[in-house]
Design a protein around this ligand. Structure first.
Ligand SMILES: [Fe+2]
Ligand SMILES: [Fe+2]
Length: 345
């Protein structure tokens, strides 16, 4: 892959020759001429999701945290450690991908995504400062240094990102795109469900509200990368070799299950090693098909064991995030900036 030129007087911005990769963009944001129409809808959706972490009141979470069991507190802290890693590396790496995307309407979306990941990083700071005693805060940020399971999975995705920085081959590019998709589409969700589980018992309600805002953003990021993969496959059907992509999915699933068992296990009400496996493999099947690949990765994993939590996640129902985004028909999506649905609980 060739990194695009920043200043490119010989560039050609015509819609006929515009391509998502390997194009010849001048980098001018002439957004009156857009080839990828889905990008217009996605821009509006992503901007409509704007939120500010500090507007969520976390004062009751401080008391709620003291009522958690030891296992729940350990899971709460550990999941934050992992989410902090995910959003940190995303904030830092998205611009590296953007350097190779040659459609300005898509460059714009990746820039918005990058800024949203920065807000997510700030929201963890806010939660930690509000809830965790000062002498334990750094331990959450540093957990990956001591925890082998966390270190190994962080290493897996970080090395793929790092390899692309060292060598921008086609192979490293498809891997960085798929790793990004798995991060956005698979890695977050057992963690998210842990918080919704607590919220279903009226615990850590403020944190769960913040998680819902992050969840809503992550779903748009997931869909953005579905579009990117599909558009690249349009111009180069062999760009993503299915066997290798499948192997990346399986590694991600194995690590997600191992990590979730390690940090949550069977010690938290509503989550077990069985539901973790069911959920993760069901989700992987969904994500696999959304990239346009056929069949199922995991036979017999057709059900979401956490369906009852979707109301808390704000991902079900009329005008919801999930059904529209899973269909990749973002034009129908009209999300206000304020979440609703809490009153039912
Ligand atoms: Fe994020
Ligand atoms: Fe994201």
């Amino acid at each position: 892959m060739e990194q695009k030129l920043l200043f490119n007087p010989e560039g050609d911005d015509s819609l006929e020759t515009r391509q998502i990769i390997r194009g010849n963009s001048t980098n001018i944001f002439n957004l009156n001429n857009v080839r990828y129409q889905w990008a217009n809808s996605m821009y509006r959706n992503m901007m409509a999701n704007f939120w500010i972490p500090e507007k969520t009141d976390l004062s009751s979470d401080l008391e709620s945290y003291k009522r958690l069991t030891v296992e729940e507190r350990q899971a709460y802290d550990g999941i934050l450690s992992f989410l902090i890693f995910l959003d940190s590396i995303q904030t830092n790496n998205l611009s590296n991908i953007n350097d190779y995307i040659t459609a300005p309407e898509v460059n714009l979306l990746l820039a918005i995504q990058q800024y949203q990941e920065a807000i997510h990083s700030q929201s963890y700071q806010y939660a930690i400062e509000s809830i965790i005693p000062a002498d334990r805060r750094n331990a959450i940020y540093d957990k990956w240094r001591q925890d082998k399971v966390l270190f190994e999975r962080n290493k897996y995705v970080a090395e793929i990102y790092q390899d692309f920085l060292g060598d921008s081959s086609d192979e490293n590019f498809y891997k960085v795109i798929i790793a990004n998709y798995l991060l956005e589409g698979l890695y977050f969700y057992n963690g998210f469900n842990f918080f919704y589980n607590l919220a279903s018992r009226h615990l850590m309600m403020g944190t769960s509200e913040i998680i819902r805002y992050i969840n809503r953003d992550e779903l748009t990021h997931c869909v953005l990368f579905e579009f990117i993969v599909r558009e690249i496959r349009e111009i180069d059907p062999d760009f993503f070799p299915p066997a290798e992509v499948e192997q990346m999915f399986r590694t991600a699933v194995d690590q997600e299950i191992a990590w979730t068992d390690h940090i949550i296990g069977d010690g938290v009400l509503g989550v077990s090693e069985e539901t973790t496996e069911m959920y993760t493999k069901w989700l992987a099947n969904e994500r696999w098909n959304k990239l346009g690949f056929e069949g199922k990765l995991y036979d017999g994993f057709d059900k979401n064991p956490y369906k009852h939590l979707e109301k808390l996640a704000d991902t079900e129902g009329e005008g919801d995030v999930k059904s529209n985004f899973f269909e990749s028909t973002v034009s129908a999506y009209n999300q206000s900036s304020v979440l609703d649905g809490w009153d039912d609980f």
